[in-house]
Ligand binder design. Structure first.
Ligand SMILES: [Zn+2]
Length: 449
């Protein structure tokens, strides 16, 4: 019997409530993907594409009655019948598990209107040795929104073996290739659902996986996909932010996916679930004519480790940080290790991280908040407000909304840490007062203190 197509008796026996418990679904058997040149990638003999198909008729339908291990094709946000890219803000063709759809539909405000920058300040142009890229057409201030767009696709980040049943014993390589064929087959169904303009935009993107057995669609997703946070099955109820917590799902965007990589990036991309869009913000001030760059990988590791993480993309990074890797590695390590015990330490740490282009890192956000808190503790309203405003402008940052509440000289005096000494770390009692005062669950503060 083909697995996954019928609702199993075990799944039927469970109530919907049980099935939607965080972590109740077993982890899929994710395939580790190869890259570069892989020989002999033909479809294995004795294997036929078999993944079950579940298309969704009603994008607004509650998914709670569907089996949890089913893959679901859904258009989000839902669109009217004659929607076109010209008369609509955009939509995303998604391939996901039912509980992830439930999570999306339950997002407060979903689907909110897209945020728009005051004026477009970029254009797409050929970049020497890098294909196409985005270049600023005006000066852009730090934290400004540069563009926002609904992704073309939202899909699992990798192939899975968990739903494939084989008619004969296959070797490990044959199983791997079968998983790639299954994946491409599932993705082709998704691709066929895209509006023809979106299909053309998707196929116009780069593909660095043409010789490793990836199909044309999975190759483009592997090259251009950007991780989407907080959609991981099992984590959707707590939503506790984790540093670098991305993985299960990946989004391909028409424009943001065209940004080239730098380990000294001048932009930060953030997926906002309420608007269902990827938003691109300036990480620092950007001059007219600068190329807009984004990091594809974590930046807190040395240059050599970064280069190996970039290998699947098929290029070696030549950004300023990689060009002067000895000095840059040393400065990155020093800044990340620095503990903040007073305001001067904090300001130095921020300056060192800014010199390395690490404004998008979790550690930078922590340092900004610690400096703000230290100013609040000594009763320095001017500097405390300045930092609160700076944090509030970083709309991708988990602490932005809280900082916004304290960004006036009057409001900051009601902060629970106002004139409370000089220590950098809040005590357990102070944290409790903060949580209670803000009416927020403790886990939301994990990324702030
Ligand atoms: Zn680099």
């Amino acid at each position: 019997m083909k697995k996954g197509f019928l609702i199993s008796s075990k799944a039927k026996a469970k109530s919907a409530k049980d099935r939607f418990k965080p972590g109740s679904r077993p982890d899929p058997e994710i395939v580790k993907l190869l890259y570069g040149v892989v020989e002999n990638t033909e479809k294995p003999q004795g294997y036929e594409v078999q993944r079950p198909i579940m298309k969704e008729m009603d994008p607004l339908a509650s998914p709670e009655r569907l089996p949890e291990d089913m893959t679901l094709y859904t258009t989000q946000p839902s669109i009217f019948m004659n929607a076109t890219p010209a008369n609509h803000e955009g939509w995303t063709e998604c391939l996901l598990y039912p509980q992830v759809k439930a999570l999306i539909l339950a997002t407060p405000g979903f689907p909110a209107r897209l945020l728009r920058p005051s004026a477009p300040k970029y254009r797409i142009v050929p970049i020497p040795d890098k294909g196409q890229g985005l270049v600023s057409t005006a000066n852009i201030h730090a934290s400004d929104l540069i563009l926002s767009e609904r992704p073309l696709t939202l899909t699992p980040a990798s192939a899975s073996l968990s739903k494939i049943c084989f008619l004969r014993e296959l070797s490990a390589k044959e199983k791997y290739l079968a998983a790639l064929y299954e994946w491409e087959h599932s993705l082709k169904i998704l691709f066929d659902r895209l509006h023809r303009d979106y299909q053309a935009a998707f196929m116009a993107l780069a593909n660095s996986h043409q010789y490793d057995g990836s199909g044309p669609i999975s190759g483009i997703i592997r090259t251009n996909g950007m991780g989407v946070s907080f959609l991981e099955p099992g984590k959707y109820r707590t939503e506790k932010p984790q540093p670098g917590d991305k993985g299960m799902y990946t989004a391909v965007c028409k424009e943001i996916s065209r940004l080239n990589h730098s380990c000294y990036p001048n932009t930060i991309a953030y997926f906002d679930r309420a608007t269902f869009s990827y938003q691109l913000f300036a990480a620092r001030d950007i001059a007219e004519g600068e190329e807009l760059t984004l990091t594809y990988i974590g930046l807190t590791v040395p240059a050599e480790a970064r280069q190996s993480k970039l290998e699947p993309y098929g290029f070696r990074c030549t950004c300023p940080a990689c060009h002067t890797s000895d000095a840059s590695d040393a400065q990155r390590a020093t800044s990340l290790r620095m503990e903040i015990t007073n305001i001067d330490d904090g300001l130095l740490k921020l300056a060192l991280m800014e010199e390395q282009g690490l404004q998008g890192c979790f550690e930078y956000s922590i340092a900004l908040n610690t400096v703000m808190n230290l100013y609040i503790r000594i009763g320095d309203a001017d500097n405390g407000c300045m930092y609160a405003k700076k944090i509030a402008k970083r709309r991708w940052d988990a602490s932005a909304n809280v900082a916004k509440m304290y960004s006036s000289p009057l409001a900051i005096q009601s902060h629970p840490l106002w004139k409370k000494g000089t220590q950098a770390e809040p005590s357990a009692d102070e944290l409790k007062t903060l949580f209670a005062g803000l009416g927020l669950a403790e886990e939301h503060w994990a990324s702030i203190f």
